[in-house]
Design a protein around this ligand. Structure first.
Ligand code: NAD
Ligand code: TYD
Length: 354
């Protein structure tokens, strides 16, 4: 039986990954290490609450003692590091917590893994440390060159405090590979969407606001492009890289599914107008001042993961967005619960007065 230490497993992608892995493999054990920040919600894992293969440990990845103890107790074979501060707008308001969690937290995990896994002769067994990173570390592409994409050899050029912290973490992971031969992979994925995404990110925020007939805040001219990937396709790619990826390598994950933000917002409006309430119209769109340093376009070239590991996204955008809208319609109470408290204040400060 293999043991996976999954950090950030109560967040959006982490909880989808845990549910996916427990369904796919019977003989595994997952130690879910999560601090439960505003973005972490154990309710996401209700369906596996009685599954003894899932063990939850509330801990901060920056806490070396707690992490060392978890390694000693559970002796994980794999680490999959999802834990992070993940929202660009928050990083613009408060960069420090992004540096702390995303850089120091990753470094703490790397140290714990090295200490636990390295044998007396300096070698490692079949363990692996997978760092879940983002295409945002590559910076921004131009709208004028739609045929140019991020590849694994695109230089790192992060622009936001969020992407700077993720790029720094990636560099530490690479350094631990070259310096200590720690077996690692880094995955760099495009924007995910799907169930359990905290409604501060574009797609769930727009669904939630539209259902409340509230304004839909579109930054700048709405023409910034993101490359959208259904979260389960991302989980499948991580599973593949973890088990079949060449140790030491970076893999980009994306499915050539680029859309301008305004098109995403209009798609959501039209589906909700048909399904729920004809009062949901484009009148709700409100162009607001642009995000500082707003990256214009992200676009992944997935050739490496496709050719080496045979990964292709299986969910079309039409299916994925329909399933996502359906999920949010059936889980409005979840949205109410996760957006109560601190998030409400943050949200109010952010959009009021614009
Ligand atoms: P999320 O914000 O939904 O979840 C983050 C989780 O990490 C939460 O459960 C939170 O409680 C936990 N966490 C935060 N700080 C912690 C700490 N100090 N110790 C332990 N746990 C902590 O994020 P997400 O969207 O699920 O993203 C997961 C990972 O994937 C992140 O590393 C992110 O950079 C990366 N990523 C996300 C996307 C995307 O579109 N969401 C795309 C590419 C890469
Ligand atoms: P987001 O979901 O925050 O992801 P990221 O910034 O990591 O790509 O934003 C996706 C795009 O949507 C980005 O170009 C910013 C834009 N956006 C809006 O126009 N309005 C919003 O309210 C939000 C949250 C994002």
């Amino acid at each position: 039986m293999k043991t996976y230490l999954v950090t950030g497993g109560a967040g959006f992608i982490g909880s989808n990954f845990i549910l996916y892995m427990l369904k796919r493999y019977s003989n595994i054990r997952i130690i879910n290490v999560d601090k439960l920040t505003y973005a972490g919600n154990l309710e996401n894992l209700t369906s596996v609450k009685d599954d003894s293969r899932h063990i939850f440990a509330q801990a901060d990845i920056c806490d070396a003692d707690a992490i060392g103890e978890l390694f000693a107790t559970y002796e994980p074979d794999y680490v999959v590091n999802f834990a992070a501060e993940s929202h660009v707008d928050r990083s613009i308001d408060s960069p420090e917590i992004f540096a702390h969690t995303n850089i120091t937290g990753t470094l703490t995990l790397l140290n714990a893994a090295r200490e636990a896994w390295q044998t007396a002769d300096g070698s490692y067994g079949t363990c692996k440390f997978l760092q879940v990173s983002t295409d945002e570390v590559y910076g921004s592409l131009s709208l004028d060159e739609p045929g140019i994409f991020f590849t694994e050899s695109t230089p790192l050029d992060p622009h936001s405090p969020y992407s700077a912290s993720k790029a720094s973490a990636d560099l530490f992971v690479c350094a631990y590979s070259s310096t200590y031969q720690l077996p690692i992979n880094i995955t760099r994925c495009s924007n995910n969407y799907g169930p359990f995404q905290f409604p501060e990110k574009l797609i769930p925020l727009m669904i939630h606001n539209a259902l409340q007939l509230r304004a839909l805040p579109v930054y700048g001219d709405g023409l910034n492009v993101r490359d959208w990937l259904y979260v389960i396709d991302h989980c499948k790619a991580i599973d593949l890289v973890l088990h079949k990826g060449t140790t030491g390598e970076v893999y980009n994950i994306g499915g050539h599914n680029e859309h301008p933000n305004i098109a995403i917002v209009k798609t959501i409006i039209s589906q909700l107008a048909n399904q729920v309430d004809s009062a949901i119209t484009e009148e709700l769109i409100q162009y607001v001042s642009d995000r500082k340093g707003h990256d214009r376009r992200y676009g992944i070239d997935p050739q490496k993961i496709t050719e080496e590991l045979g990964w292709v996204p299986e969910t079309s955008f039409e299916e994925g967005i329909a399933q996502t809208i359906e999920w949010y319609l059936s889980n409005e109470e979840w949205v109410g619960r996760v957006t109560s408290g601190a998030y409400q204040d943050y949200y109010k400060n952010m959009y009021e007065g614009r």
